[in-house]
Design a protein around this ligand. Structure first.
Ligand SMILES: [Zn+2]
Length: 107
């Protein structure tokens, strides 16, 4: 991989997983929501490719499980893959045990 010369990060998560909607959409209902993250991330990959720009993609384990080929496309385009946890829980609300589980599962 070429050295990344810019600092640009992307959260690979869907609109219904953000903290602002946590009270409106429970994680157990995520699977029933319209899944947009794959198409949206592909749009970003296209834009970054046009501009020859690399980024670090902080990817939710929940998304990676559903879209393993998306993670492969990100990697194959020369970007860096990083963990954004498994289920987008706020870190300061996690016990050490939950943090360990989230980290392990997302890896
Ligand atoms: Zn996020």
């Amino acid at each position: 991989m070429d050295m990344i010369k810019n600092a640009l990060t992307v959260d690979v998560e869907d609109y219904f997983q953000v903290a602002a909607l946590a009270e409106a959409v429970e994680p157990k209902d995520w699977g029933t929501m319209e899944y947009r993250v794959e198409a949206n991330t592909d749009r970003l990959l296209g834009l970054f490719d046009e501009r020859d720009t690399k980024a670090t993609f902080f990817t939710l384990g929940w998304v990676a499980e559903r879209s393993p080929n998306l993670v492969r496309r990100i990697q194959q385009a020369g970007h860096e893959i990083a963990s954004h946890g498994y289920s987008h829980q706020l870190i300061y609300n996690q016990t050490p045990k939950v943090f360990r589980e989230e980290t392990r599962k997302s890896k």
